[in-house]
Design a protein around this ligand. Structure first.
Ligand SMILES: *Cc1c(COP(=O)(O)O)cnc(C)c1O
Length: 361
């Protein structure tokens, strides 16, 4: 399953109606029962999924499809041992979605409405049986292969062809099941000379346009035998910024956990924020500051990247200008493992949620 698109039947749509109000609808797309759908031929399954991924009422030619003027979110609902599903920090995704939309000078979708929509999509689909169930065997490998529901809220502009701003955007929320994001095996990374984000640019918001360069850089890294591309700052190419779609952390040999400080070229990841809090709980010293690539190569003991899709994913090595640092003999480090276990344990309801991050659906 990994990170493929298999849209659940219920989708949410809202459109800005002026005066700060949004017109909302939930649509039930064509479906059968999950068991009946699983029994369909692959071709029939694709046909059904294509129907669910079709929105004839949304215009094809607009600022989003022509110029990348759109933004999105990614958040998950986790099956709990007691049978219910819980969303992880949806309020933060809602706040960031609003910030991203306003960063693109369009009306921002209110965060509380976003959270209600997230709940609405999860609960409607779950009522039809479209949801993963908690499986105790997930605990045997710390939820590395556990499933969850991924929500993808995104903005979409009104019809347009010239250059301009979206004044009456839609916000669409779709759900799809996911399991582990990165393939097992290689988790090596290499720095890229491509520039993801510039000063005074859009690196601090989650917008479509930010993803073009990272996709190209990640594919180039993969072609060279690495899993991930690591971006450096645009000006000096000296400081680590992010992975292709995830934040970067390094545990130094002295035990301090360092992550690049937020600024207009770093995306304020919610997993990043959560990991910083959990590290504090575990008594680990955390620094948010400029982090030179030289320092990572020479003094790094463990490195990992974070994101909703990636979780906490360790990097076995990092290559920069023909120098490769191998971390912990290529195996996941102690601190990384502890943070990964703690975060997943909280998300899947196996560890106490001390920060009240989980919200009922
Ligand atoms: C979404 C994203 C992240 C991770 O953010 P989370 O809130 O943890 O999912 C990191 N970097 C970039 C560039 C992103 O777009």
């Amino acid at each position: 399953m990994a990170f493929s698109l298999s849209i659940y039947p219920w989708v949410f749509k809202a459109q800005f109606a002026g005066n700060g109000s949004w017109t909302e609808v939930y649509d039930e797309k064509p479906h059968k029962t999950p068991a009946e759908e699983a029994a369909l031929s692959p071709a029939d399954q694709q046909l059904l999924l294509a129907k669910r991924n079709s929105f004839p009422e949304l215009p094809l030619v607009n600022y989003t499809t022509q110029y990348g003027l759109g933004c999105f979110e990614g958040l998950k609902a986790f099956p709990q041992p007691d049978g219910i599903l819980k969303l992880f920090r949806p309020d933060r995704n809602g706040a960031r979605m609003k910030m991203s939309m306003e960063g693109l000078k369009m009306p921002g979708f209110p965060a509380d409405q976003f959270v209600r929509a997230a709940r609405g999509v999860i609960s409607r689909n779950a009522a039809l049986g479209f949801r993963p169930d908690y499986e105790p065997e997930w605990e045997s490998d710390n939820f590395q292969n556990a499933s969850s529901v991924y929500l993808r809220p995104f903005s979409y502009s009104e019809p347009a062809i010239g250059l301009g701003l979206s004044t009456t955007p839609w916000v669409v929320v779709i759900a799809t099941p996911v399991s582990s994001y990165f393939k097992e095996g290689s988790s090596s990374a290499i720095t890229t000379q491509s520039v993801r984000a510039n000063r005074l640019g859009t690196g601090w918001i989650k917008c479509d346009a930010n993803y073009v360069i990272p996709i190209l850089a990640k594919k180039m890294a993969e072609a060279a035998g690495y899993m991930e591309a690591i971006f450096l700052d645009a000006v000096e190419q000296k400081y680590v910024e992010e992975g292709s779609s995830c934040n970067f952390f390094c545990v130094m040999k002295n035990g301090t956990l360092v992550t690049p400080e937020l600024g207009d070229t770093i995306l304020p990841g919610i997993t990043r924020d959560s990991v910083i809090a959990l590290a504090g709980d575990l008594g680990i010293k955390v620094e948010q500051r400029r982090l030179a690539i030289k320092e990572v190569i020479e003094k790094g003991a463990e490195c990992f990247v974070t994101g909703t899709a990636a979780g906490v994913s360790y990097l076995e090595s990092l290559t920069h200008k023909h120098k490769t640092a191998l971390f912990n003999g290529g195996k996941i480090g102690e601190v990384t493992l502890e943070l990964q276990k703690t975060l997943k344990g909280i998300q899947y309801g196996r560890l106490p949620d001390r920060h009240s991050w989980l919200q009922d659906v």
